[in-house]
Design a protein around this ligand. Structure first.
Ligand SMILES: Cc1cc2nc3c(=O)[nH]c(=O)nc-3n(C[C@H](O)[C@H](O)[C@H](O)COP(=O)(O)OP(=O)(O)OC[C@H]3O[C@@H](n4cnc5c(N)ncnc54)[C@H](O)[C@@H]3O)c2cc1C
Length: 530
């Protein structure tokens, strides 16, 4: 059968088995599924949007038995080619409609969601019951799904104290390549799909962990169960400024060792003055202050916040150097303040305190619209990152700065610039993220994701293949630098080296697991280097 006949026959069998509207061969829907924010891949032959776990199982079984490849797309907010098809024989699974909150169990302190549920939806449903998950989402959580984050690892909200997304997972239900549903953790004993036994992760070997960070190469997550905590109602926010990266890093390392912050993020001057300063510009401060007021635990605290934001303005964001922000939570005002003062004491030997506008806004509006997928002047954007041991952070910074110095003229010619963001993850790891910006035309991803009014406002750029090629080159050089200092990566997708970088025993194990769960190697081919 030729490719067109095969696609038509697969579509017919899928349409016969699934509810109307689940399967699409529409050109613009397939074109949208071919892109992430950075790259265009192959166009999928079909896009399937299941609304139930049973339909997801049926569809995966039919697609793989037709010999086609499968990629899963959650919120689509990644930029490492993770869900971008690599060949013309791929069916894309859009999980956005598999998004129910299945059960909030306040007795057993667990929540089960379908994989396409966004972090923003989960967070607001839990907040209504004064509950929270320990890690509660990336900054992109307005779009990013629980399944997508768990599948590629994510950090940010809650990661200071509770680590990355994988540390807040009890159990996953995964649809394997043959359509079978595999359950993990304490739910692994269940024979049926409808029992509620996902209350503990560590039940023999950590099979849940195998699927955390698999980038969909081992199967498609259908449901995720996460632990709950009582949402701490009191928040303190702090920001500090440092003259050098070395000082910033020393402070972040010392503070991370205390284990007191709910989240932290450091920024270099370019990001403070660009992205963050854009969002915190004075003209927007009233709206932001209102958000902060609205979410404060008391009217008095809310009023204090409004006054603080109005007085602070955004002058401090324009200082050269580096800044880090902390969000500290507590079950009493006293506990939050106490932890904040310990953080302050650890930071001040290295720098000075500045107004806390940015973390206050982030704490009250954790899931902002995805406008940061463009630069402040409408530039294209792509970040890369490495997670390094603390004793490598300064060395990486120096080597990356030296690399960029050799590219200074070419960057200037093509309008390419970079910014950097940092996060301490728990006490032992340091995330160094580099964002590249370049003038170039927008992609279907932007048109399909960003608000129309916002898109009208931003400056537009002509196609710029030379600038894009330079960013590609810089990205590869930076990834090689990360490897040289032993950095590891979340969001491996198809952009970071993985299988080939593993030692032979680890690689053999990885390959055997892949063969066991996906013998035909049809689940997200090339992800993780498989
Ligand atoms: C503005 C912005 C801010 C961001 N901030 C952060 C941040 O603070 N922290 C952070 O870590 N990242 C951040 N990111 C990156 C990204 O959004 C997150 O990592 C997020 O977790 C991705 O989730 P998603 O649902 O969009 O996944 P997708 O992009 O849809 O998919 C990611 C990967 O997981 C696979 N996948 C998706 N769903 C499933 C499933 N159900 N089963 C199996 N595989 C699946 C895909 O095939 C792909 O390989 C940001 C991105 C943007 C655009």
């Amino acid at each position: 059968m030729n490719a067109i006949a095969q696609a038509t026959s697969l579509q017919a069998s899928l349409e016969a088995a699934l509810p109307p509207g689940t399967v699409s061969s529409n050109e613009s829907i397939r074109e949208f599924a071919a892109h992430d924010v950075y790259r265009r891949g192959a166009t999928p032959i079909l896009v399937i949007r299941p609304t139930s776990v049973a339909d997801l199982q049926t569809a995966v079984r039919l697609v793989t038995s037709a010999g086609c490849n499968v990629v899963a797309r959650g919120g689509g907010a990644s930029y490492t080619d993770g869900y971008v098809p690599t060949d013309d024989n791929t069916v894309s699974f859009d999980l956005a409609a598999l998004n129910k909150i299945v059960a909030i169990d306040a007795t057993n302190m667990t929540v089960t969601v379908e994989a396409g549920c966004t972090w923003a939806d989960l967070h607001s449903a839990l907040a209504a019951q004064q509950l929270r998950t320990p890690f509660f989402g990336p900054f992109s959580g307005i779009a990013a799904s629980v399944g997508g984050s768990v599948s590629q690892h994510a950090v940010s909200h809650g990661s200071g104290r509770y680590g990355p997304s994988a540390d807040s997972v009890l159990s996953v239900d995964v649809v394997l390549a043959n359509g079978a549903l595999l359950r993990t953790g304490s739910a692994a004993f269940d024979q049926a799909d409808d029992t509620q036994h996902a209350f503990f992760r560590h039940n023999g070997p950590d099979i849940t962990g195998l699927f955390c960070g698999d980038c969909g190469a081992f199967g498609i997550k259908a449901r995720v169960t996460l632990p709950l905590i009582k949402a701490p109602p009191y928040t303190e926010a702090l920001s500090f400024h440092f003259d050098s990266f070395r000082a910033l890093h020393a402070a972040m390392r010392d503070i991370a060792a205390l284990g007191l912050d709910d989240e932290n993020f450091g920024l270099d001057a370019a990001l403070q003055q660009g992205q963050i300063a854009r969002n915190a510009a004075t003209k927007q401060q009233l709206g932001l202050a209102w958000q902060v007021f609205h979410r404060a635990p008391s009217v008095w605290q809310g009023l204090k916040s409004i006054v603080a934001i109005a007085v602070a303005g955004d002058r401090h964001l324009r200082e050269p150097g580096y800044a880090v922000s902390y969000i500290v939570k507590g079950h009493s005002d006293k506990a939050a303040r106490h932890n904040a003062s310990s953080i302050r004491a650890a930071a001040l030997p290295h720098g000075h305190e500045v107004p806390n506008t940015v973390p206050r806004v982030v704490a009250s509006l954790p899931f902002a619209p995805l406008e940061n997928v463009l630069g402040p002047n409408g530039e294209r954007w792509v970040p890369i990152h490495g997670i390094v041991a603390h004793d490598q952070a300064v060395s990486f910074h120096d080597r990356f700065s030296a690399l960029m110095a050799t590219y200074e003229d070419r960057c200037q010619t093509h309008g390419v610039w970079t910014g950097a963001m940092f996060q301490a993850i728990g006490s032992s790891a340091f995330l160094y993220e580099i964002a590249f910006y370049w003038p170039d035309e927008l992609q279907p991803y932007h048109a399909g994701t960003l608000d129309e009014a916002f898109l009208k406002r931003v400056p537009k750029h002509a196609p710029n293949a030379a600038a894009a090629a330079l960013v590609d080159e810089l990205k590869e050089k930076a990834i090689a630098l990360y490897s040289e200092i032993g950095a590891v990566h979340m969001q491996i997708g198809k952009a970071y080296p993985f299988a080939g970088r593993l030692s032979p025993p680890s690689n053999n194990l990885l390959q055997s697991i892949k063969t066991a769960v996906d013998p035909q190697r049809v689940m997200n081919p090339n992800a993780l280097g498989l």
